[in-house]
Design a protein around this ligand. Structure first.
Ligand code: F6R
Ligand code: MG
Ligand code: MG
Length: 370
């Protein structure tokens, strides 16, 4: 059976700053989906990570389905009305356009979706991150799909011996999608050369070279490309099909133990370690640290099981302690050097005016005085 998994997320307002949405807003979004899904969805699940609410749903309408996207857009609109009524902070923040136009892409919410033939058993993972951007998934995906030091299946599972193809987007290109597809293992160094720059090159999807099946879909929205100014980070979501000819669940989760420094954190302007957290966790220290949650599901004829919280296991408690230390350590460095992002990432924020004002106060010494 051809099935579509669609995940759409937005920040539509939160309690106490950019920490987490209110129960009433969550209930409104869920209630709207429940009320209007008939004839459109097979199943759905609403969750939050930090200040972002995600609607995960199953249907047979294919990717970019207008009705499904409109349902999510309207649910976020309804949630925004409640967020405004409650005086929540940043109410409607990610709904950047007034009117729905066929698809939520380019309107603010982030989308990750894929259509596939359901396997007899169809396990998949739904990741949601806050206070970071889509490039945050570059390294974990590289390690899970191309590095036998992390993914033993590349050596042990014949279904994976041909490797995977990575479709990578140049998100600096505003006018249209600029993409390249590279094959692991032969293009490994080229893949690494692009993925090392997560603010510019972002994994959009990954396919099995053995079966042609899609394994991964990542949201690649850059809000500042849409808004032309800083309106919050692009807090990415990701769907990953696992097991069989794809990496095992544990191989996909394993790279997150690193707590790699990613862009985001306070005001979307700093480097911070990506901390794997339980479902429905807010943010705190320095509006962070950047967090990522993972819900594991099986889907059968479009029906979702209840989710298993992949980062709730005791193993991750010590990992979180270590990553907290990494967060504290880099924050000791304040605004200096690598602790704050380079100008190219800040150029949509207020620092542009500050530097422009300072331009007038610079003087160039006459050569004879030098
Ligand atoms: C980052 C984020 C927060 C805000 C910060 C300032 O994505 O959401 O770190 O940038 O709390 O918020 P404003 O500018 O709304 O006061
Ligand atoms: Mg926010
Ligand atoms: Mg957010």
């Amino acid at each position: 059976m051809k099935m579509t998994l669609t995940a759409i997320k937005a920040d539509i307002g939160s309690i106490g700053g950019h920490i987490q949405p209110s129960q009433r807003v969550l209930e409104t979004v869920t209630g709207h989906v429940r009320q209007h899904q008939k004839g459109l969805l097979i199943d759905w699940h609403v969750s939050y990570t930090g200040d972002d609410i995600a609607i995960l749903c199953t249907h047979t309408g294919g990717v970019g389905h207008e009705g499904v996207h409109k349902l999510a857009w309207d649910a976020f609109k309804a949630g925004t009305d409640v967020a405004k009524d409650q005086g929540l902070y940043g109410a409607g923040q990610d709904l950047l356009k007034d009117a729905f136009a066929g698809n939520v892409r380019g309107l603010g919410p982030a989308v990750a979706e894929m259509e596939f033939d359901e396997r007899t058993a169809e396990p998949f993972l739904f990741f949601a991150a806050d206070k970071t951007d889509p490039g945050a998934y570059n390294l974990p995906l590289y390690q899970a799909f191309a590095d036998p030091m992390t993914c033993s299946g590349l050596l042990l599972s014949p279904g994976m011996f041909q490797g995977f193809s990575f479709t990578i987007m140049d998100v600096s290109h505003v006018e249209a999608d600029r993409v390249i597809t590279l094959n692991a293992p032969e293009d490994l160094y080229d893949i690494a050369a692009l993925l090392r720059d997560p603010e510019r090159f972002v994994v959009e999807s990954i396919h099995s070279r053995q079966t042609g099946e899609q394994a991964v879909a990542v949201s690649t929205t850059r809000l500042h490309n849409i808004a032309g100014k800083y309106t919050g980070k692009d807090d990415p979501i990701m769907l990953v099909r696992v097991q069989g000819s794809f990496p095992a669940t544990g191989e996909v989760l394993a790279p997150f133990h690193l707590g790699a420094y990613v862009a985001g954190f306070m005001r979307g302007s700093h480097a911070g370690p990506l901390m794997p957290v339980r479902q429905n966790t807010g943010t705190s220290f320095f509006d962070g640290p950047p967090i990522v949650s993972c819900a594991a599901f099986c889907v059968h004829h479009g029906r979702l099981t209840s989710p298993v919280d992949a980062f709730a296991h005791p193993y991750w408690d010590r990992i979180r302690d270590r990553i907290s230390d990494k967060a504290t350590e880099i924050r000791r460095q304040g605004f200096f050097g690598n602790a704050m992002l380079p100008f190219s990432e800040l150029e949509y924020g207020g620092i542009v005016k500050k530097l422009a004002d300072l331009e007038e106060r610079f003087t160039v010494r006459p050569p004879e005085t030098q």
